[in-house]
Design a binder for this molecule. Structure first.
Ligand code: XMP
Ligand code: MG
Length: 184
């Protein structure tokens, strides 16, 4: 269906149905791995919210939830390399098994910083779950334990991922037309 959002999409990479199926698979794998434990999900705002909401519903564990907000990008489509915490944890995480939930692992700057930060706060373990992995963008040696999909070297939006804060509400993931960010 054409509308003012979908007009800017070059190509749909993952449909709503594909996302749904993959997130359910990830949820089942994580639930099996953490059975009998009480992990703490830590969602990274804002990009992970749609994924996180679906993932925890696919994960029938006795778990709790925290959100962190970090920024490294501004409105550009390339990482600045600097990471700043805009919203921090609201509880002591010493001895906890953390499941860090991210929308996309690109340069690795965000997750590299967060892993060190959360380790220093005393987490017992840190498991990284990312919906998307873009290995071509990597600048830091960081890998995810669970990856939804590996994406090509293109700027992707939808299902939580934004360009300049827009497109998060697309129910699918698509590649943004380059002219959208080239003109701004
Ligand atoms: P890094 O480079 O730190 O990236 O691994 C993590 C954050 O960068 C954003 N990012 C993207 N956002 N489409 C987006 O909408 C992309 O292709 C993209 N690549 C990186 C994202 O916010 C992620 O949390
Ligand atoms: Mg983001």
């Amino acid at each position: 269906m054409k509308n003012e959002l979908t007009n800017d999409i070059l190509k749909v990479l993952y449909t709503e149905e594909q996302l749904n199926e993959r997130v359910r698979e990830l949820g089942a794998e994580i639930a099996e791995r953490f059975a009998g434990r009480q992990p703490l999900f830590v969602g990274i705002l804002k990009g992970s919210v749609l994924f996180l909401a679906d993932l925890i519903r696919a994960c029938p564990l006795r778990c709790d939830l925290e959100m962190m907000a970090v920024s490294s990008y501004g409105n550009a489509t390339a990482s600045s390399g600097r990471v700043r915490i805009n919203h921090d944890l609201q509880q002591d995480i010493r001895g906890r098994d953390l499941i860090l939930v991210e929308d996309i692992l690109d340069s690795g700057n965000t997750l590299c910083f967060l892993k060190d930060y959360l380790k220093a706060k005393g987490a017992a373990s840190i498991t990284i779950v990312t919906l998307l992995d873009k290995p071509s963008g990597r600048q830091k040696a960081v890998n995810a334990d669970y990856v939804g999909f590996t994406v090509p070297d293109a700027f992707v939006v939808g299902y939580g991922l934004d360009y300049a804060q827009f497109y998060r509400n697309l129910p699918y993931i698509g590649i943004l037309k380059p002219e959208v960010y080239e003109k701004s």
